[in-house]
Ligand binder design. Structure first.
Ligand SMILES: Nc1nc2c(ncn2[C@@H]2O[C@H](COP(=O)(O)OP(=O)(O)OP(=O)(O)O)[C@@H](O)[C@H]2O)c(=O)[nH]1
Ligand SMILES: [Mg+2]
Length: 420
């Protein structure tokens, strides 16, 4: 595919009209895709001259919810497309990017995605409708619309369904044949799963079933610039729709809110309000229920606390009684023990006294015995002494007598002259 460094369109009339409209849709120098925050790349492409869109130029709008890859799709053909770097919404206003595809100048219109986290769907629809009205007034016809949807989304939720309804009423049945329903982000899901989701998406009863029955084509944006070029080529090869339903309605003077798309949006908003109110009601009921549960729980807790405190008091009383009994028991045991010890002591003392008495008695007896023995001995001694004394006296008398005898004898001898 031949491709050329593209530059955003500068359409003086369009620029004037859009800036007068007071909406977010702006045609600015450099990049027409206004970037909203630091999440979006900050390196703006250099400012380049902007060609006017002529009625016979090929203009393709890329639509879809936020983050589906609209700017990424355009970036394969135009360096001015600003791709988001995070999950936050990036493209905040309509951007017009020029590209050279298959030997032709193609104008790719980057639209802000619905379900944006910083803008309401209403203000986005106003921007898109304003741009479509202006292009209608300027006789600029869309060659086709690429409606992107992530195949990686787990389920086709309420928001996606609402967005499809809005998109359908924006285009109108007669323009749906120039729409290519395109699935992106095939690389994020296993092929088998992605194919299954695609099958569900395009089935008759599926979210895209009705659109397909009205002529929408289905494509996969699964090979970067290759598949993107094939999609563009398909659109170029198709007959252009005259106009979109919303353009016809607005050209007839129908206010945006009364257009079919406007009504869908209104219904959606009403439904969202109802859902939010229902949700609020449920939350309120849930809160009331929780409050009641809490009050009940608190009551139970208070009752349980009362019972517990009562039990605690009883337990303390029982404990105190038990301790008292234990103390009394101990006291009784102590007294018993002391009494027993006293008795034992008394017994010991009595025994000791008795032993002492016995000892004393024995000693006394011994003493008496000794005294008796001494008395006997003394008696014996006295007897013996008296005997000795007697014997001594006898011996003395004997000696005296003998001495006297001797002296007598001696005297006699002398007298008789007998010398011995
Ligand atoms: N893995 C993967 N990422 C993709 C693909 N296409 C886009 N992305 C990423 O998805 C994010 C959003 O892409 P954008 O192109 O900014 O999406 P958008 O639809 O323009 O988003 P808004 O401007 O917020 O409406 C970016 O980080 C892209 O790099 C794809 O096919 N595969
Ligand atoms: Mg974008």
């Amino acid at each position: 595919m031949s491709e050329r460094a593209a530059s955003p369109i500068h359409t003086p009339t369009l620029k004037r009209w859009l800036s007068q409209s007071g909406h977010n849709a702006k045609v600015t120098r450099g990049s027409h895709t206004k970037r909203r925050s630091s999440e979006c790349p900050q390196d703006s492409p250099p400012a380049i001259s902007l060609p006017d869109i002529q009625p016979d130029n090929i203009v393709i709008a890329v639509m879809g919810m936020t983050g589906v890859g609209k700017s990424t799709f355009i970036s394969y053909f135009s360096k001015t497309a600003v791709v988001g770097r995070s999950v936050r919404s990036c493209t905040s206003s309509i951007g017009i990017h020029t590209a050279f595809i298959e030997g032709q100048d193609v104008y790719l219109i980057d639209t802000p995605g619905f379900d944006d986290d910083t803008r309401s769907d209403t203000s986005i629809l106003i921007d898109i409708a304003a741009w479509l009205k202006k292009s209608y007034d300027d006789k600029v016809q869309l060659a086709g619309i690429i409606y992107l949807q992530r195949i990686s989304d787990n389920r086709f939720g309420g928001k996606s369904t609402q967005n499809i309804r809005l998109f359908k009423e924006l285009c109108g049945e007669k323009a749906l044949s120039c729409v290519v329903l395109t699935t992106s982000m095939w690389d994020l899901v296993p092929q088998e799963k992605a194919q299954q989701r695609e099958k569900e998406l395009i089935s008759k009863e599926g979210p895209w079933g009705e659109l397909i029955s009205h002529g929408c084509r289905v494509a996969r944006q699964d090979e970067g610039s290759v598949s993107a070029t094939m999609i563009i080529r398909h659109i170029i090869s198709q007959k252009r729709p005259d106009s979109l339903q919303i353009q016809d309605e607005m050209a007839d003077g129908t206010p945006l809110i009364r257009t079919k798309a406007g009504r869908v949006l209104e219904e959606t908003l009403d439904q969202n309000i109802r859902e939010a109110e229902e949700q609020m009601k449920q939350i309120k009921e849930e809160m009331e229920r929780l409050k009641a549960e809490k009050a009940e729980a608190e009551k139970k807790v208070a009752e349980a606390r009362k019972v517990t405190e009562e039990e605690e008091r009883k337990r303390e009383k029982q404990q105190a009684q038990k301790e008292k009994e234990e103390r009394e028991n101990e006291e009784a045991q102590r007294k018993q023990r002391e009494e027993k010890e006293k008795q034992e002591e008394e017994q010991r003392r009595r025994q000791a006294r008795e032993e002492l008495d016995e000892e004393r008695r024995k000693v006394e007896e011994e003493r008496k015995k000794m005294k008796e023995e001494r008395r006997k001995m003394e008696e014996e001694w006295r007897q013996k002494f008296n005997d000795f004394k007697q014997k001594y006296k006898s011996a003395e008398e004997k000696k005296k007598r003998n001495t006297e005898d001797k002296q007598t004898l001696y005297g006699w001898v002398k007298e008789k002259c007998i010398v011995m």
